[in-house]
Design a protein around this ligand. Structure first.
Ligand SMILES: *Cc1c(COP(=O)(O)O)cnc(C)c1O
Length: 409
């Protein structure tokens, strides 16, 4: 197949460099530097299909390959240090993060068992519940920060077989709990359980689950990888050629394919991932620190904070702490709603991982887990100037305090 070449010795380059250099076309004089977007539903055929040849846009299309190559290279950037092969099958890009998650859940045999964090992304839980209600599989919810409890759930018991799939999300959305990924993968593999990690919050620059032993990595590309709140897209990465082939077959046969234009935009976004993540993480850690000291704040959740329950684990496992944080202002739900309504620079919207800072009270969704506090505001910190973000938040926190005072009267 006419696959875009990765630079030689890609594993020796740092992840930030790979975000720029991986998945480039061959250096042919006069050729474009970036792979152009190809908008064609079908491809000229010379009779018997040749292996790797593009046939039809639902099976493969040239614009997917550079993105898939770049993402797979980034997710394997830690492989050389971990003593693993530095190349393998490329990623599988799909129509959305949920299409990617559905493709992975379709690998679970009918009647299989899935162990999942109780605070995983809410639609992941909705989909699992739907599959469980239909009798396709059974689901066990766990506190992903409690390693012993997760291991016990994965192993099963007397009449309960070992899980077929351990689903991990770390840090979790929106509670920001941190799982001990390497320990959980090791325990799962002892009993033959596959492990998938939703790496959306961390990005491959901050956490590389394949090097920690995971079988599959899932992304909502919509978030940090594309990074500009203009694309909905998902992807799965695996080192296992058999799982890769099954995911590709699922994409072709179920048809939840990515549009070439969206994938082209996502790769354009990916090129600046390192700069965006670095700035957003700096902003998030600084805002978490300032929020912790603010009198109108009841609780801040961010693994960068020394007293956060996930701090030690995140420090050992990740190259940073991510840029989503959770805050509970004074005034309960009314305080949280007042905060969201009062800010002018922060965008009140769902989603995360864009250049623009966004916030929302998560429990406004009926489907959000009931163990998420009603007044938790999830904040996706962007790349604006941190003092501008803080000044705007101070206005929001004043509004929360006013709401709390009104409540007390
Ligand atoms: C947004 C999100 C998803 C779903 O991705 P879509 O692209 O919206 O389908 C999955 N997991 C996490 C952690 C997310 O934040």
């Amino acid at each position: 197949m006419d696959r875009p070449h990765s630079p030689s010795h890609p594993a020796r380059l740092s992840p930030g460099t790979l975000a720029v250099s991986a998945g480039r076309p061959d250096r042919t004089p006069g050729a474009p530097v970036n792979e152009p977007v190809v908008l064609s539903s079908t491809f000229v055929s010379q009779g018997v299909p040749v292996a790797g040849e593009h046939l039809y846009g639902r099976s493969s299309t040239p614009t997917w390959e550079p993105f898939e190559q770049a993402l797979a290279t980034l997710e394997r950037a830690g492989h050389a240090e971990a003593g693993l092969p530095t190349d393998g099958p490329p990623a599988v890009v799909l129509a959305s993060g949920m299409a990617a998650i559905a493709a992975v859940l379709a690998l679970v045999p009918v009647g299989g068992r899935v162990v999942v964090p109780r605070h995983a992304y809410q639609v992941t839980l909705v989909l699992l519940r739907e599959l469980a209600d239909r009798g396709s599989l059974t689901v066990e919810l766990v506190d992903v920060a409690d390693t012993d409890a997760v291991v016990a759930a994965v192993r099963g018991g007397q009449d309960v077989p070992a899980a077929d799939l351990l689903w991990l999300e770390s840090p979790t959305n929106p509670m920001l709990e941190v799982a001990d990924v390497a320990a959980l993968v090791a325990a799962a593999h002892e009993v033959g359980t596959r492990v998938a990690v939703d790496n959306t919050f961390a990005t491959p620059l901050v956490q590389r689950p394949l090097a920690l032993g995971a079988d599959l990595v899932v992304h909502s590309v919509t978030k940090y990888l594309a990074g500009h709140s203009d694309v909905v897209l998902g992807a799965v990465v695996t080192d296992d050629p058999d799982l890769h082939a099954r995911l590709v077959a699922h994409r072709t046969n179920h048809g939840a394919i990515a549009g070439p234009f969206e994938v082209w935009l996502a790769l354009r976004g990916l090129r600046t991932l390192a700069l965006r993540v670095e700035r957003a993480q700096q902003n998030a850690a600084e805002l978490a620190r300032r929020l912790s000291a603010h009198p109108a704040v009841v609780e801040v959740r961010h693994p960068s904070l020394p007293d956060d329950p996930g701090h030690a684990r995140a420090s050992a496992q990740m190259d940073g702490y991510g840029s989503v944080l959770g805050v509970r202002p004074v005034g309960g739900t009314a305080g949280a709603d007042a905060l969201v309504a009062a800010v002018r620079l922060w965008v009140p919207a769902t989603s995360l991982g864009g250049v623009e800072s966004m916030l929302e009270r998560r429990r406004r969704f009926a489907t959000e887990s009931l163990t998420v506090p009603e007044d938790l505001v999830r904040m996706s910190v962007g790349i604006e100037d941190v003092d501008d973000l803080w000044a705007d938040l101070e206005v929001g926190l004043d509004a929360a305090r006013t709401a709390a005072d009104a409540d007390a009267v």
